[in-house]
Design a protein around this ligand. Sequence first.
Ligand SMILES: NC(=O)c1ccc[n+]([C@@H]2O[C@H](COP(=O)([O-])OP(=O)(O)OC[C@H]3O[C@@H](n4cnc5c(N)ncnc54)[C@H](O)[C@@H]3O)[C@@H](O)[C@H]2O)c1
Length: 328
Amino acid sequence: MFKNLQNKTVLVTGGAGFIGSNLCEILLTNNVNTICLDNFSTGKKENISPFLNNPNFLLIEGDIRNLQDCHKACKGVDYVLHEAALGSVPRSINDPITTNDVNVSGFLNMLVAARDAKVQRFVYAASSSTYGDHEALPKVEDVIGKPLSPYAITKYVNELYADIFSSTYNLETIGLRYFNVFGKRQDPNGAYAAVIPKFVQQYINHESPVINGDGSYSRDFTYIDNVVQMNIKALTTDNKNALNTVYNVAYGERTTLIELATLLKNYLSEFDKDINTIEIKYRDNRVGDIPHSLASIDKAKKLLNYNPEFDISNGLKEAVTWYWDNLK
Ligand SMILES: NC(=O)c1ccc[n+]([C@@H]2O[C@H](COP(=O)([O-])OP(=O)(O)OC[C@H]3O[C@@H](n4cnc5c(N)ncnc54)[C@H](O)[C@@H]3O)[C@@H](O)[C@H]2O)c1
């Protein structure tokens, strides 16, 4: 998979974040020149500190809202993996202006800088939130609904801009609609933490995880290694028919919140048997949450040869082991 990347330079924006740092890690492990552009707004220095002494790694501290920073980061770059954004639906509801500045204006800056630097391919983090209020399951790429949050709008606008840059400026683009990604280095802290690291941290602290709703809502939880595989396949594919479009990135199965909380409890109990007695609590549903999410991954399998190796159980076991070693 990495043969097309030898002697190439890949820019990972948001490389100090959860997904970005995992992408930097796999690139560096395979001796690919890797540049990270990050402003550390939600990313952390500790996520990239193991890479700082690697001669193939360059950190550029900068902001995608600043076009000059984007130009600087794109200089001499062959490929971009654009991960920098402000995630979280509730954050976008609380502060739609900053979310739009980063996720839309910052995205456009990166497209312009990539175009000007004659970057070959621009692979970017899209989102399952683009399916909005469309109820059909599983989600197929061509059928989307009305966005349900400012965040969802920004991610949909990204797809529209990428499409225009492909057709107008011949920049090769691929959008990856991630579905609830989890795994090592995902931040468990803060008001906008994702459900899996938050529950893990709560169990480790012997606190009850609190489910929004009755626990019947379900998600297509996707382990980080599947996401990394998809990014590398998108970067390196020779299939011209696979370009300038979007893909679901998921495992293709759904798990309810109660199943998730129970699995986490079982796996963490192997490290600390007292966790087995912790009660799961419930509160009202959160505004804007859709009941169910499940991806069709047929398009990615067919055009990019995507073959997700980790199902939810195997992924959770890996993640829980990492959190136990790093949070405890
Ligand atoms: N984690 C998921 O389940 C999920 C699902 C769908 C889409 N996504 C998308 O994947 C991408 C990565 O998400 P993540 O979970 O790793 O989040 P994260 O918050 O861990 O990483 C985002 C990174 O972007 C950086 N960043 C934010 N604003 C920036 C700016 N103005 N300039 C430069 N850097 C900036 C942050 O400091 C951070 O390092 C995002 O685009 C997100 O919207 C994630």
